[in-house]
Design a protein around this ligand. Structure first.
Ligand SMILES: [Zn+2]
Length: 66
């Protein structure tokens, strides 16, 4: 089980695998960083996918580094 900080604040989430960690972090993200999610609403589907892919790969690196 790994405990990794949110990429935007000091809140932590736990997960056995990266996917578990992401699921654990999601409710916090929706709650605490709703403005960040909202800020992406104007983006095209293609841009959103690219952002998401980048977020996934950046955070997977952080997860694997622990
Ligand atoms: Zn956060």
């Amino acid at each position: 089980m790994k405990t990794i900080k949110c990429d935007l604040c000091e809140v932590t989430a736990d997960g056995e695998a990266f996917e578990d960690w992401m699921q654990a972090l999601l409710p916090h993200y929706m709650d605490a960083h709703a403005d960040v999610m909202k800020g992406k609403e104007g983006m095209s589907a293609e841009d959103k996918k690219q952002e998401m892919d980048k977020w996934m790969s950046d955070n997977r690196v952080r997860f694997d580094a622990v």
